[in-house]
Design a binder for this molecule. Structure first.
Ligand code: AR6
Length: 178
């Protein structure tokens, strides 16, 4: 599914984010930037040790923020490592932190002249964020940023399976019809 938002083409796709050829891909990192499982593990495996080396030098990234490294052996030139919230019960600022994580990626992309960007569904794996709520926040944050900035031309959400894709699709249809 795709939609034009201001100057940008926003697309939802099923796939493996490590194969994306956008200028940057976003990693679902932890605040220690130490690598891990899920999309983080996949990105470090595919991109090689240079990415983790650069992460070690940066050292730390609090939840709700993001840092940028080179892409190593990945097709993407950059990786933006974003730290989403660990979901507890929805009463610990999880929504605000998730929104801030997405927004930080977009701000970093603008700062570095990144024109195309691919996101995974931050916090929806090991960090346990309920998928529908996470999809809504992800899409609302990205659409709102794109509506007020025209430098980023392509944003993909790369969803790992059909269920996640369908939830994002429903949320995107609902968001764009309001
Ligand atoms: N491409 C796209 N999406 C993927 C891929 C992939 N190759 N692999 C998994 N996903 P998660 P989180 C999906 O757990 O919840 C790590 O250990 C996955 O199905 O990767 O933010 C970090 O080091 C899910 O929908 O990230 C942190 O400690 C989504 O990506 C912690 O997990 C996010 O799942 C971060 O947890």
């Amino acid at each position: 599914m795709e939609a034009r938002i201001n100057a940008c083409l926003l697309t939802l796709k099923i796939g493996d984010i490590t194969r994306e050829t956008t200028d940057a891909i976003v990693n679902a990192a932890n605040s220690g930037l130490r690598g891990g499982g899920g999309v983080d593990g996949a990105i470090h495996r595919a991109g090689g040790p240079a990415i983790l080396e650069e992460c070690r030098k940066i050292g730390h990234c609090p939840p709700g923020s993001a840092v940028l490294t080179a892409g190593g052996r990945l097709p993407a030139q950059y990786v933006i490592h974003a730290v989403g919230p660990i979901y507890r019960d929805g009463r610990h600022d999880e929504a605000k932190t998730l929104e801030s994580a997405y927004r930080s990626c977009l701000v970093l992309a603008s700062l570095h002249g990144i024109k195309s960007l691919a996101f995974p569904a931050l916090s929806t794996g090991a960090y346990g964020y309920p998928l529908q709520q996470a999809a809504r926040i992800a899409l609302e944050t990205v659409v709102s940023y794109l509506n007020t900035h025209d430098d980023i031309r392509i944003v993909h959400f790369i969803l790992y399976n059909r269920d996640t894709y369908e939830i994002f699709k429903t949320e995107m249809q609902s968001l764009l019809s309001t």
